[in-house]
Write a protein that binds this ligand. Structure first.
Ligand code: PLP
Length: 469
């Protein structure tokens, strides 16, 4: 590494090649660390920030120094592909997607025009059309958004603009606009309502049944009362895979309520959208073809690096109607189809299509099915194990990939904390019907059943020590 002591403002092509070598070396070390995974330690924040010396310097450092600093930060970052990471709705790595994402940073295009992004625009178009087929959307358009929250925002915006076409131009006309969602929905809906000028207080939380699915009769009643009171219903947001229980709202029934009152139906499949790729479990989204728009995250269940969220719309032209803003300096050439900047909230937009496309090339439709099959098997194994254990109580058989369960005799918040501190597991808790329960997420298909068994044994050991303390 004799030449690695030059200062980093030397950024020519040769310098980049040398950086790449060090990048690969560091990447290999990180993968090894992940593989050794004896534990996944939690670092005390005070000690960590003093150890890392993260302050930004006045004078630049050498390549070796910068890599040493990057390495220290990366080693103190949670390993989300470790079998001990079971905390969030993402985890594990789709390798082709990860490789493509690294290359994406290298070519660094912005996805607003064909002129600026070339073939990458065609890649995104392929994804839109292919994913739309799985949803049964026949006249689809779509855009990749920076996350499911933003995709939900866009879906809800199209609903608002359909209900009140002048809202975009003139703002609210004084009438009360409303959204409808189940009481199990993701908080991004409330945030979007605030940002859309509708207001969080105008998000109606519809009751859910004992498995966490929206009650469609209740929805119909609430909408009818609102209409009678002069409200403007903008959209119903059906959740396909709720964040905690993994419940799927009954789309067909909800769609029939929406049709009756001519209300936009947005399906939030940030978590559950990928079930469309499984030949049997796609039934969870039965009726999806009646939705007007759909959020489908690839960065959760599909293992694509964050962020990668597809927003699909059934009706070509609606997206640009809600989003379009002329920019003479930008949209100068090519057909509108080739300029997705006309359909995106952002101006500069990161290319999040290439990584998903690369993963799809590697897996094909069949590979996604098999990947999901493995995820479902893990969820079933975990649920069976919990059901048979005298130490736990399963909240309900999982429809999807989250498994919620009680651990007898202990405060699960404390239990999760202890597992985290000891480095045994990063796992979360949630409130289910008034009880704090553990929520295990089976989205990393690389995890084995023995990893899960080890997790349960660790939980029981902690449970025993807490009870006897
Ligand atoms: C059901 C649901 N919708 C939307 C979101 C938001 O997705 P993102 O984290 O990609 O913004 C989540 C996130 O967990 C979710 O569970």
């Amino acid at each position: 590494m004799a030449n690695n002591n030059r200062l980093c403002y030397d950024t020519g092509k040769l310098a980049m090649k040398s950086l790449l070598k060090d990048t690969f070396k560091l990447a290999e070390q990180l993968l090894q660390l992940e593989q050794d995974n004896a534990t996944m330690p939690r670092h005390d924040v005070g000690t960590l920030s003093s150890q890392l010396s993260l302050e930004l310097p006045q004078h630049g450092a050498t390549q070796d120094q910068v890599f040493a600093k990057m390495s220290a930060v990366l080693r103190a970052t949670p390993q989300t592909s470790s079998p001990r990471f079971l905390n969030q709705l993402f985890g594990g790595r789709q390798n082709y997607a990860a490789a493509a994402d690294m290359l994406t940073a290298l070519v660094n295009v912005s996805m607003y025009t064909y002129k600026a992004a070339g073939a990458q625009i065609l890649v995104e178009q392929q994804l839109v059309q292919h994913m739309a087929k799985f949803a049964g959307f026949t006249n689809a358009e779509g855009i990749i958004c920076p996350g499911g929250s933003m995709a939900n925002f866009v879906g809800m915006m199209m609903g608002r603009d359909r209900a009140n076409p002048s809202f975009r131009e003139h703002g609210s006309d004084g009438r009360q606009h409303t959204f409808y969602v189940s009481d199990q929905s993701h908080y991004s809906v409330d945030k979007a309502a605030a940002m859309l000028g509708v207001g969080r207080a105008n998000v109606r939380k519809i009751s859910s049944d004992n498995r966490g699915r929206m009650n469609a009769d209740d929805l119909a009643k609430v909408i009818e009362t609102d209409i009678a009171n002069g409200c403007v219903p903008c959209a119903v947001i059906a959740t396909c895979g709720t964040t905690v229980l993994g419940a799927f709202d009954p789309l067909k029934q909800i769609a029939s309520v929406c049709r009756k009152h001519d209300i936009w139906l947005h399906a939030d499949g940030a978590f559950g959208g990928p079930a469309l790729l499984h030949r049997q479990h796609r039934d969870l989204l039965d009726g999806i073809e009646y939705a007007d728009s759909l959020t489908w995250d690839a960065h959760k269940v599909m293992g694509v690096p964050l962020t990668c969220s597809m927003l699909l719309c059934q009706h070509q032209g609606k997206l640009s109607k809600s989003v379009q803003q002329d920019a003479e300096y930008l949209f100068q050439v090519d057909h509108e189809d080739l300029n997705p900047g006309l359909r995106s909230i952002q101006c500069g937009r990161r290319n999040d299509a290439f990584k998903l496309w690369a993963a799809w090339q590697a897996l094909g439709d069949n590979g996604w099915h098999q990947r999901l099959e493995q995820q479902f098997k893990l969820a079933t194994f975990a649920a069976d194990y919990i059901e048979q254990s005298p130490n736990f109580e399963l909240c309900q058989r999982p429809d999807y990939l989250t498994i919620c369960f009680k651990v007898y005799g202990v405060d699960v918040v404390e239990l999760c904390e202890q597992l985290h501190v000891s480095g045994e597991a990063l796992i979360g808790h949630a409130n289910v019907r008034g009880d704090q329960v553990m929520r295990l997420v089976a989205v990393n298909p690389e995890i084995s059943t023995s990893d899960l068994q080890r997790l349960f044994e660790n939980i029981v050991a902690k449970q025993t020590s807490i009870i006897s303390a």
